[in-house]
Design a protein around this ligand. Structure first.
Ligand code: PBG
Length: 325
């Protein structure tokens, strides 16, 4: 007898009934770039329809995002001044501190505020750590990360998200948070963050490209998967609450492995290069943009991601609400 799997694909209702993955507004996190140097908002040249916002506009944007039912935003700052030690990332009144406070004053717990915690947007050399003789120093960087994390926690951030890939950073951040009484602040670790060319458009957006060399001595080698599991295991031991895999699309195997092996929530970051590839392909008329976005996000969910950071979050939330997704 002929076996007919197609029966389960006969029509939309049956397909929906048996679908194994779902995408909800609750799964989405929207990035916001906050630029201290601008007044209003400014489109990012490498990322069509994405903007840098002034602090005031970022707060308005956060309100819009919360109104759509999106649970969280992740903040990236572009400071007025940079130096070799990323001072502008943690000094009083810095761009992210003001944004966190503003959002919390306006909308409180209606929106989870995640603060990306890294040095690269705030250093003149553009590296994610302190540089000496062309090398990225690990332990000296941890002290700066502690200062940044504490500043953001004090401002009211719900989640600190270290994206620097220094060894021991989760432990260092957890220690300072515990010591200062921030026992409820979560840490979302970019545990498996690969040295990826898919970050190109982001580095234009955040003005964070390294001025010399690359990030391969701290971010991971894309030929490896066991290394990712080791990094995740360490971050869990050190006190992470949530784990992030980044980028998403070329690393769905890692998402799947992490989901099967660990008990923490696993997120995936659909990064700038993934976004801009789709947007430019669509502009050229080569692909059906909306369908491709849907397919990408569902595939990330299918791989096992509990949540997704995506530049399409706002648009997708609107479409989900309208029943179009
Ligand atoms: C900062 C950071 C980067 C991204 C998020 N946090 C860039 C990098 O590591 O160079 C990339 C996000 C994206 O490409 O969308 N360390």
């Amino acid at each position: 007898m002929l076996i007919r799997p197609r029966r389960l694909r006969k029509n939309k209702k049956i397909r929906n009934l048996v679908a194994e993955s779902c995408l909800s507004v609750n799964d989405l996190i929207m990035p916001i770039f906050v630029d201290e140097n601008i007044k209003d908002k400014k489109e990012i040249p490498s990322m069509p329809n994405q903007y840098r916002f002034s602090v005031e506009k970022a707060i308005e944007e956060a309100k819009e995002i919360a109104d759509l039912g999106i649970p969280a935003v992740i903040l990236f700052g572009i400071p007025k001044e940079k130096d070799d030690f990323a001072t502008s990332a943690y000094k009083r009144g810095n761009v992210i501190e003001r944004t966190i406070k503003g959002i919390k004053e306006e909308i409180g717990d209606e929106l989870i505020v995640i603060a990306d915690c890294c040095l690269c947007e705030y250093t003149t050399h553009g590296h994610c750590g302190i540089v000496k003789d062309g090398k990225i120093l690990n332990d000296e960087t941890l002290e700066i990360l502690q200062k940044i994390a504490l500043n953001y926690a004090e401002a009211g951030a719900d989640i600190i998200a270290p994206s620097d890939m220094m060894d021991g950073r989760v432990r260092a951040i957890r220690e300072i948070l515990e010591k200062e009484g921030f026992t409820e602040t979560l840490i979302m670790s970019y545990a498996a963050k690969y040295a990826s060319s898919f970050y190109g458009p982001f580095r234009v957006a955040a003005d964070s490209a390294p001025k010399f060399g690359d990030r391969k001595s701290y971010q991971m080698d894309y030929r490896n998967w066991r290394e990712a599991l080791k990094e995740i295991e360490l971050d869990i031991k050190e006190g992470a609450d949530l784990i992030l895999i980044k980028p998403a699309l070329s690393y769905l195997d890692i998402v799947k492995l992490a989901k099967d092996r660990f008990l923490l929530p696993i997120g995936a970051y659909s990064v700038s290069g993934e976004y801009s590839l789709v947007e430019s392909g669509a502009k050229l008329g080569y692909i059906n943009r909306d369908e491709v976005i849907k397919e990408i996000l569902y595939s990330i969910k299918r791989a096992g991601a509990d949540f997704i950071i995506t530049y399409w979050a706002k648009e997708v939330a609107k479409k989900i609400i309208m029943g179009l997704f």
